[in-house]
Design a protein around this ligand. Structure first.
Ligand code: C5P
Length: 230
């Protein structure tokens, strides 16, 4: 089991100035940031550079899904920007996963798999031709990713136990949908507290609004880290 659960803050803001302000405000309380499609599509490499210039680690959450060669080149590009983690859709298949894992290994970047988007339920899966339940499909895709050399997946808190059992203690599990006790759930339907996610075996938790919208973001981040370590 991963001995410690790390905090990643979701940098879900609209501008580079806001991104820089968040990183500055959080200071030493946070060492990992997730940059997603909102910021990256508009500002590109500058978004990554803004965070790296502050000495922080970047999870570049672009969820690549393409033919193996293209995904491998995209992973190399992410590494050359200085990203520390990136991800690919595991449903892209075995050859694509292996190409991504091989490219990541060459560059020192960690590549994660994305299994089933949490916005998809059984009916949505059936509509795209998948008759397995969401839970079965998540485990199937995580095993496929692991067999291809991908060291972990992004998963919901409710999937941690099944994935720890299926993929073992060293598989990285990066878990969004986290809410400290008493915090607003926003649009997250099924949540766990930081302490619950750590106990369940999360390697990293991803937290956005409970920190970004807190009266004191740095104190909110510190409280979450205390919870993870306690
Ligand atoms: O603000 P909040 O803590 O809900 O942010 C969670 C972050 O994790 C957002 O960037 C969201 O897009 C991302 N995410 C998620 N659920 C998933 C995958 C990613 O909430 N299944």
């Amino acid at each position: 089991m991963a001995s410690r659960t790390e905090l990643i803050v979701a940098l879900d803001v609209a501008t580079l100035d806001e991104a820089a302000a968040v990183v500055h405000t959080l200071g030493d309380a946070v060492t990992w940031y997730k940059i997603g499609k909102q910021l990256f599509t508009r500002f590109g490499p500058a978004a990554v550079q803004t965070v790296k210039a502050a000495g922080k680690h970047v999870f570049l959450d672009l969820k690549f899904h393409d033919i193996p060669n293209t995904v491998a080149q995209a992973v190399r590009s992410a590494a050359s920007l200085g990203a520390d983690i990136t991800n690919v859709h595991a449903s892209g298949g075995r050859a694509m996963l292996k190409a991504a894992a091989d490219a990541a290994r060459e560059t020192g970047l960690i590549v994660l798999g994305v299994t089933v988007l949490t916005s998809m339920d059984a009916a949505e899966l059936r509509a795209v031709g998948i008759t397995a339940s969401p839970e079965e499909q998540v485990v199937r895709l995580a095993r496929l990713a692991q067999a291809a050399g991908v060291p972990g997946v992004v998963c919901s808190a409710l999937e941690i136990a099944a994935l720890r059992q299926a993929c073992g203690p060293d598989f990285l599990l990066v878990v969004p949908g986290i809410r400290p006790a008493g915090a607003a759930h926003d649009d997250q339907a099924r949540v766990m507290t930081p302490a619950e996610a750590a106990r369940a075996g999360a390697s990293y938790i991803v937290v956005g609004r409970p920190i970004l919208k807190a009266p004191s973001p740095a104190e909110a981040a510190r409280a979450i880290r205390r919870e993870l370590n306690g």
